[in-house]
Design a protein around this ligand. Structure first.
Ligand SMILES: C[S@@+](CC[C@H](N)C(=O)[O-])C[C@H]1O[C@@H](n2cnc3c(N)ncnc32)[C@H](O)[C@@H]1O
Length: 309
């Protein structure tokens, strides 16, 4: 069985996962910045786009956005609970008739013919979960694309700071009183995380070299029923660019949503986010700064890429 299927069984298929994913942008500031970046990219690149494929579309935040713009979207995901949540939200937003929901794995796109969709998108790492098939998956996403492709995958350089900073997510909590279990877990585990932390250069070097988050130990722990997450793959910017270029994608631009925000302490980020005027200006500036090729590897978790087919 593919690792992505295993992750789906223990993680994406959890009954409340769709609900939690649907409210992420009310919970963590890095997720707000990332969503805003992708929305800006989508909304400014819709010229000539009628049909869209959303690979690993989750609870539908981008499928629904594009359906509202009049696009016809194929929303594709490995997890039935995610598809159900996306369908419920699409219904609520009045765009269910413009979205086709398809259950499937990105590792098998044989049901879609070449150049079937004007825009092919896959955001927030579904491609990374398909290791060791990630290159073939990207090739197939390009194959079914007619005009534009936009992806975001796990970022190797952007994820490495987690290995030296287990408190990283706390920097992005928007509201300490949120009832989100992850927020509450982050707040109540600060001391445990500090006490349990020690820096392992060899682990950093290994991840820098291989791009693998997880490994044999995690795979074995998964098989024993202890871990929801055996393994995923994080890309380097030049690597992602080369894979896209090899598959014929032109005018490739990368970005690292969150590169600017991660330099700012939580107290200041909250202040900015809680003032609508500053928030809008900040998100506009992040969008520009995070596209700079010299910082794109240092986005918060994700590496974004767009190009023309
Ligand atoms: C972090 S969520 C992102 C959802 C959505 N793209 C977004 O940005 O809101 C990852 C999604 O990818 C889906 N997924 C993971 N592996 C997949 C695979 N191999 N094929 C299709 N979908 C997959 C999961 O079920 C989940 O809904």
């Amino acid at each position: 069985m593919d690792y992505s299927q295993k992750i789906a069984e223990r993680h994406w298929n959890l009954p409340d996962k769709g609900e939690r994913e649907a409210v992420r942008e009310q919970t963590f500031i890095d997720d707000i910045v990332q969503k805003s970046h992708i929305e800006k990219e989508l909304l400014s690149n819709l010229d000539g786009i009628e049909t869209v494929f959303d690979g690993g579309g989750g609870s539908g935040r981008f499928s629904i956005l594009l359906a509202k713009q009049g696009c016809r979207v194929t929303h594709f995901d490995i997890s039935q609970p995610m598809l159900d949540k996306a369908a419920e939200l699409a219904q609520k937003e009045g765009v269910a008739d413009r979205i086709t929901f398809v259950k499937g794995a990105l590792e098998d796109l044989s049901g879609f013919s070449n150049r079937s969709f004007d825009l092919v998108m896959s955001f927030d790492s579904p491609i990374s979960y398909t290791w060791p098939n990630q290159e073939a998956v990207i090739a197939n996403l390009v194959r079914i694309c007619k005009k534009r492709i936009m992806l975001s995958v796990s970022s190797r350089l952007g994820s490495l700071p987690y290995l030296a900073n287990p408190l990283q997510k706390n920097q992005f909590i928007l509201d300490d009183n949120s009832d989100d279990p992850w927020v509450q877990w982050c707040i109540s585990n600060v001391q445990n995380m500090v006490d349990g932390f020690s820096f392992h250069e060899s682990a950093c070097m290994e991840m820098l070299k291989t791009g693998l988050l997880g490994g044999q130990q995690e795979i074995e722990a998964y098989e024993r029923g202890e871990s929801p997450w055996p393994i995923t793959y994080a890309f380097l910017p030049d690597e992602l660019e080369q894979i896209l270029r090899k598959n014929g994608v032109r005018e490739i631009r990368l970005a690292g949503p969150g590169a600017y925000a991660r330099t700012i302490p939580n107290e200041i980020l909250r202040k900015i986010m809680n003032d609508p005027e500053q928030r809008a200006a900040f998100l506009d500036f992040c969008h520009i700064y995070d596209q700079n090729p010299y910082v794109c590897g240092m986005g918060k978790d994700n590496l974004f890429a767009k190009g023309i087919v």
